[in-house]
Design a binder for this molecule. Structure first.
Ligand code: URA
Length: 232
């Protein structure tokens, strides 16, 4: 792996910032000053230090992406852009999306290469709640809220009770579901004779979409984020 890529992936700085550090002779490779961003290294063997601090290689990656519309939740596709195209610098670590958002759904999507992490959040037995902002064709009613609370009948069976909350804005509501069936929110709205026009995931468990991330932007999860997910 290239030295600049290694440093950027380990969160030392952007590729440009990393180049500056190298130029200023602040980086050593096996205790020798290294200035070339192109220098190749083996992250499992070589020792990289920035200002004497050892930069440990982590092989597990956890990213929060603000998914824009127009990207499919898959790792590769011959015809369509995938969410992994948005985090291309991590592709070599075999990252994949944690669960799926539809192509036209936006918002919080986690990306990792840790299968156990994926299981903890997506396993149907864990019931991790996911909250979405919905713009629908019609305003929701008290009956709709009650129907969601009781459980909406979908063609493969009754959906678990979900919380539907009306917002102050016309046609906008928030729905929290405790499972992750295919097109679940859209199908639940369809079942109450309504239609989802816009869908955005705001949270998974207590982890909220970082509002400083513009659509298409991402960042690494931090310790607080793991706590919010009830992990670590
Ligand atoms: N429910 C849907 O219908 N679509 C999504 O992308 C997520 C939940």
């Amino acid at each position: 792996m290239r030295l600049d890529k290694f440093l950027a992936n380990m969160g030392v700085g952007t590729r440009t910032e990393v180049k500056q550090l190298l130029k200023k002779k602040q980086v050593t490779l096996n205790d020798n000053v290294e200035t070339s961003p192109k220098k190749q290294l083996d992250p499992n063997i070589d020792v990289v230090k920035v200002n004497q601090t050892h930069i440990h290689y982590i092989d597990k990656v956890y990213l929060m992406l603000n998914k824009p519309k127009g990207y499919i939740s898959a790792t590769e596709d011959d015809h369509q852009q995938t969410v992994i195209d948005l985090v291309d610098e991590y592709r070599y670590l075999n990252v994949f999306p944690v669960g799926r958002l539809d192509k036209d759904t936006e918002g919080l999507l986690l990306i990792t290469n840790d299968g156990q992490f994926n299981h903890e959040l997506m396993s149907p037995t864990k019931h991790v709640p996911k909250t979405y902002e919905v713009i629908s064709k019609k305003n929701i009613t008290k009956n709709d809220i009650n129907a969601f609370k009781v459980g909406i009948e979908l063609n493969e069976g009754l959906a678990k009770p979900a919380e539907l909350v009306k917002s102050d804005e016309m046609y906008k509501s928030f729905v929290t579901i405790h499972e992750g069936r295919y097109h679940q929110v859209k199908r639940m709205f369809h079942a109450i004779n309504n239609e989802v026009l816009e869908l955005k995931r705001l949270s998974i468990g207590d982890l909220h979409l970082d509002l400083t991330l513009a659509p298409g932007e991402y960042r690494q999860l931090n310790e607080q984020d793991f706590k919010s997910l009830g992990l670590k």
